[in-house]
Ligand binder design. Sequence first.
Ligand SMILES: [Zn+2]
Length: 206
Amino acid sequence: MNIVLLGAPGAGKGTQASMLCEMLNIPHISTGDIFRRHIKELTPIGKIAKSYIDRGELVPDSVTEEIVRLRLAEADCKNGYLLDGFPRTVAQAKALEGFSKVDVVIEIDVPHEKLMHRIIGRRVCGKCAESYHVDFIGEKRVCEKCGGDLIHRDDDKEDTVKERLFVYANKTAPLIDFYAERGILKKVNGDLAAKDVLSEISKALK
Ligand SMILES: [Zn+2]
């Protein structure tokens, strides 16, 4: 099954993606990861992407699409994949239709206030990047895993979070409509414990 996973920052997309891929035995295609790999290995397309980044310019859609197309053509995607981080726009969704057939689009839905609470309360270990929430650790600011200091990243502060969520909602709304019109959008309640969200997703896939 070819799956596209959508969810706002803080919706728990990363957690669901890894659990879902393990359950279905399909690869997790994170566009961020494949981008970094092409750039690191200086593949032909990676060099092109890097030339834009080095000039401080946005990587054009055509380059991003080619990177995704190449990845989805690899053998491990034959029996399905979970795509995360692409498409982000209707134009990209249309391009994706040109080289792969998406069976279902899962949107992990979490109310705005809950997303704000989840992200603003996040504290991240400066050493090992393990993530915690103040609801669970109280005043403690030391990492359980490595003893590093827990920090409140600028990205996780209220004004930035509001902006990030606003940008996400604006950009994604047309994409959600696009897939709803095609009858393949499944909205899943993400305001539950991670394992319950997973079972909601499993139900939606049947
Ligand atoms: Zn740590």
